[in-house]
Design a protein around this ligand. Structure first.
Ligand SMILES: Cc1ncc(COP(=O)(O)O)c(C=O)c1O
Length: 375
């Protein structure tokens, strides 16, 4: 016997009410955000569309092409594709680098996202990690030594690391990559939609750009892009690299399939494009500046709380620890509806300021921390 639709809808509403929402302000550690309303409409409207079938659903190809061209212009990129997230983009970048080579070596600082480990397990690559302090960019001298020693097919660095938001020295590493003829992937899943805007205001000195040694850059639309999940973009230096992540699929009308997934949410591609248009360059710039202001405020206020140690920041990720509560602070805060994440290599906690955050959300966290550390 099947359940009544009205009962199921009521149950779904109850589950929705019990589920944390970004706009309520408690989600403070995740790199996700409340998706833009225009993106939500676009996603729902094209919920039936298979992103793997651009012949039947040309809207997907059109939106993907416009996204690649318009978002890509921030990084001087002309070629690329929409993927399901930073993990898929990283896996594909490594695939693009190794598909036509015999070497299976990846060199990366130890601060890279875990999806690089995952990619190496999947594709049987040897991952050479350069020990790197979580608060520092990779040492380019050590990186070049490893490149000489291991002759990798790809170097991966990060423009905004997951734990602390540190940005590796893109231009210097690109020079090394070019000199040694090695593919360089820059993982900008988190920082990609912040750095170009912050750079205009002198808040960061990194030129995130395809070419001159940079073979690919990934940028997540479902992080600071404020698009519905799942949504990332992977940009390549040339068409051949893009072809390396495409496969023959002769039963499909387009004859091929690009990326890891087969059938995939076409609505996410349309949503990403319309979110991008709705927010606009000015909106992304304002978001980036507002988030940096919130980060500065949080950093300064945390520094004033006795028993709290706060670390320097580059992008709007604030990492701190409590000398009074240690690791137990994580559970204490979660039990109060303040959902921070861990920064495991510093045995600390991470707050990621995202586009939906307001001063009120940060003040609620600060008040709780002040109360916990008073007396
Ligand atoms: C730098 C970086 N790269 C890749 C990823 C993976 O992204 P996703 O969770 O969208 O697969 C993350 C996730 O936080 C990240 O911070």
């Amino acid at each position: 016997m099947c359940a009544h639709i009205s009962d199921l809808l009521r149950e779904i509403e109850e589950l929705y009410r019990e589920t944390p929402r970004h706009i309520d302000g408690g989600i403070l550690g995740s790199m996700t955000t409340w998706p833009h309303e225009v993106g939500v409409v676009a996603f729902n409207r094209f919920i039936h569309v298979n992103g793997n079938d651009p012949a039947l659903f040309p809207v997907v190809r059109e939106c993907e092409e416009k996204l690649v061209s318009e978002v890509g212009s921030l990084y001087s990129a002309k070629y690329g594709l929409h993927t399901s997230g930073g993990t898929e983009s990283n896996i594909l970048a490594i695939l693009a680098a190794i598909r036509n080579t015999s070497s299976r070596v990846v060199v990366a600082p130890s601060t890279v996202h875990k999806s690089i480990d995952k990619a190496c397990i999947l594709m049987n690559c040897k991952l050479v990690k350069i020990p790197t302090h979580p608060l520092k960019p990779v040492d380019k001298g050590v990186l070049e030594e490893k490149v000489r020693e291991y002759k990798p097919s790809i170097i991966v660095i990060t423009a905004g690391t997951t734990e602390t938001g540190v940005v590796d020295p893109v231009e210097e590493v690109a020079e090394i990559a070019e000199k040694h003829g090695v593919y360089l992937h820059v993982d900008g899943a988190y920082g990609g939609l912040l750095i170009p805007f912050l750079r205009r205001h002198g808040l960061i000195n990194v030129d995130l750009r395809i070419g001159n040694g940079v073979s690919s850059i990934s940028v997540d639309m479902h992080k600071n892009g404020a698009s519905p999940i799942p949504s990332s973009l992977l940009f390549f230096q040339d068409r051949d690299l893009l072809d390396n992540v495409c496969f023959d699929m002769d039963y499909m009308p387009s004859g091929k399939s690009c990326g890891l997934l087969g059938t995939r949410p076409g609505g996410a591609v349309v949503a990403a494009y319309y979110t991008w248009r709705a927010i606009g360059l000015r909106g992304y710039e304002e978001n980036a500046l507002r988030m940096m202001n919130h980060a500065k405020y949080l950093f300064e206020e945390l520094s004033e709380i006795p028993g709290v140690e706060v670390y320097p920041y580059t992008l709007p990720i604030i990492v701190f620890k409590s000398l009074k509560y240690g690791d137990s602070l994580f559970n204490i805060l979660w039990s109060r509806g303040l959902y921070l994440y861990k920064a495991p290599s510093l045995k600390a906690l991470r707050v990621v300021i995202m586009p939906h955050h307001s001063r009120l959300h940060i003040d609620r966290l600060l008040k709780t921390l002040r109360d916990l550390h008073s007396g």
